[in-house]
Design a protein around this ligand. Structure first.
Ligand SMILES: [Zn+2]
Length: 444
């Protein structure tokens, strides 16, 4: 029989799906899906979805999609389960949210954004707001756990009207991002990507598991507790997000170039950008559907890939002394942006896969994340540096990486440490890389 953990058991038993946890486990062991009833099939889907959302997946994604969901699709293509938008499963009692939390309408093309801009224009005309008064704010779309902070309590989004009280996340020491105050309304619980990679990736499969742990009623694992203490897990109110603000014409003039800095603006998972008008009268006039605000839209990009020729591989020394290989590429359009460079994972990949001038690589841009080199299609003699590009020290291999052993007098290492330090302070008052480079040159 399929084995079930105590956590999964608790989740399944709270669902009221007509089957208990042992029955679900028994049904999961049936490999010939045609023999299971509709009730069993739906119970499995509900149970698998709930366990996944809570961070304790009972089956893997592929099995869920390609077997169980596909089976339902085949039996009843119009079944309402298939149209649910990632239903959030609540396992405890719910309370009415201080404010409705709606979903966001989505656009996958610039044409759809243009249409949305037209609707804003039309709404403004209808209430006599001059176009010069209209501002559009663009922010990263965080891919975390949606929540609402009214200053006293923190709530899950639930079904948008009723959610659960998860104030305990703050009681456990979770901070508000950007040293923000409590009570800033809607936001997301997120985990620093770099912290996850460095400290949590071995223990947790993905950041969803950690989000679940932060708000769980039971005790928090030490690793998660530490991530909270080190402010790697935070509540990020939308109002504090780094943003671009400008006119409708500016939005449309070079939309892709405009977005470039936004998807690198935060060290959290993002799955798009959000555009919204800031004018209160236009917002009121446009209003909302039952699903989303009409004055707001999310822009998402589908995966896209391209075959690109490498011009050069340039070494770059990081703060830790690791030398990162940066592939300079023949400029290529990918998901609307022109890509001319991409980081290769490490120098061992450069060496073993033959990345150098003339190599052809497959570049993939998934959503809005930084493009990465997926595979090498045509290998050449690799281009490997012998000395640190910053201080000229002889560099050495350490596992898959080339590193600069000069910890004390390598300016790339000290400068990047300062850049990182000021970035981690989260302020924006002029201590950018350029200023730091200057300070360093002047020995300050
Ligand atoms: Zn160096």
């Amino acid at each position: 029989m399929h084995s079930i953990s105590p956590q999964q058991r608790t989740i399944i038993e709270s669902l009221a799906i007509g089957l208990d946890a042992d029955e679900v486990a028994e049904d999961l062991s049936i490999t010939e899906l045609s023999v299971i009833s509709n009730t069993q099939l739906l119970a499995i889907l509900h149970a698998a979805n709930a366990c996944y959302r809570a961070g304790f997946p009972i089956i893997d994604d592929a099995t869920y999609d390609h077997q169980y969901l596909a089976e339902l699709q085949q039996r009843d293509p119009t079944h309402e389960f298939l149209s649910l938008v990632e239903p959030e499963v609540t396992t405890g009692k719910t309370v009415t949210l201080p404010q409705k939390m709606l979903s966001t309408d989505k656009a996958y093309s610039v044409t759809e954004i243009e249409k949305w801009v037209e609707r804003i224009r039309k709404a403004a005309q209808e209430i006599n707001v001059p176009e010069s008064d209209i501002q559009i704010r663009i922010t990263p779309k965080l891919d975390g756990y949606a929540a609402f902070d009214d200053g006293e309590r923190l709530y899950t989004r639930g079904d948008g009207v009723r959610g659960q009280d998860i104030t305990r996340a703050f009681t456990r020491g979770m901070a508000v991002a950007q040293h923000g105050m409590r009570g800033l309304g809607p936001g997301e619980i997120v985990i620093s990507k770099s912290y996850f990679t460095q400290h949590l990736a071995e223990q947790f499969e993905n950041s969803r598991n950690i989000q679940a742990a932060i708000i769980a009623e039971k005790n928090v694992e030490p690793a998660v507790k530490q991530a909270i203490n080190e402010q790697a897990c935070v509540f990020y109110p939308f109002s504090l997000l780094p943003n671009w603000t400008g006119s409708l014409d500016e939005v449309l003039s070079d939309f892709s170039a405009l977005l470039e800095p936004i998807w690198d603006a935060v060290d959290y998972d993002i799955d798009g950008v959000i555009l919204e008008t800031t004018h209160p009268d236009i917002k009121t006039h446009m209003g909302a559907t039952r699903h989303h605000h009409r004055w707001q839209i999310a822009f998402k990009v589908n995966d896209e890939s391209a075959e690109v020729e490498v011009l050069n591989v340039t070494p770059q020394t990081s703060r830790t002394g690791r030398i990162s290989p940066v592939a300079e590429l023949v400029p290529t359009k990918l998901s609307g942006a022109t890509i001319s460079r991409a980081t290769v994972h490490h120098y061992n990949m450069v060496k073993t896969n033959g990345v150098g001038p003339g190599a052809v690589v497959q570049l993939v841009r998934s959503g809005l994340v930084i493009p990465k080199i997926e595979k090498v299609l045509h290998a050449v003699t690799p281009q490997l540096p012998e000395t640190c590009p910053s201080c000229g020290s002889h560099i050495i291999w350490e596992a898959d990486h080339l590193i600069c052993p000069n910890k004390t007098d390598c300016s790339a290492q000290t400068e990047n440490t300062l850049v990182h330090f000021f970035k981690s302070l989260g302020n924006n008052d002029g201590f950018g890389p350029k200023v730091i480079e200057k300070l360093h040159q002047h020995d300050m």
